[in-house]
Design a protein around this ligand. Structure first.
Ligand SMILES: [Zn+2]
Length: 140
């Protein structure tokens, strides 16, 4: 029984997180947690014993403030470039390259946002599964 379960974890855990070690905790359904492990314990932020919920909120707030500042900077840069091209201060070729680089940066930001969103959904699903498992144990 134990061997079968371990085999299962290896198969499921293979392709998820290549750069960071995987969390060593198990989800209530028996699957290995797929979040990246942080720190010495080999556990993710959801499974680490410290107050995970509070840290999640703090991190999310910090991230949003940083992102909106970055968007403001990009807006200002675009407005500045646009005005200088219109006024003839900046060659159109330089303006075009600047625009391409800004577009690349926006795509990168969008990609980062999607990755972060996926991680947050994964985190929320883990929390829901754990809450459901606790309720199941309590009622049986
Ligand atoms: Zn975990």
């Amino acid at each position: 029984m134990v061997c079968l379960r371990n085999e299962n974890y290896r198969k499921r855990g293979g392709g998820g997180w290549l750069l960071m070690p995987q969390c060593s905790a198990n989800r209530p359904n028996g699957e290995r947690c797929r979040l990246p492990a942080k720190g010495q314990r080999g556990l993710c932020w959801a499974h680490s014993p410290e107050n995970a919920e509070r840290r999640r909120r703090t991190a999310s707030r910090g991230g949003k403030a940083k992102t909106s500042k970055l968007y403001k900077t990009l807006h200002e840069l675009l407005a500045n470039l646009t005005q200088r091209v219109i006024d003839g201060e900046l060659e159109t070729s330089r303006g075009a390259v600047a625009n391409q680089l800004i577009s690349t940066r926006v795509r990168l930001l969008d990609h980062e946002r999607k990755v972060k969103e996926t991680e947050e959904f994964e985190q929320r699903i883990t929390e829901l599964e754990e809450a459901q498992a606790r309720r199941g144990r309590a009622s049986s």
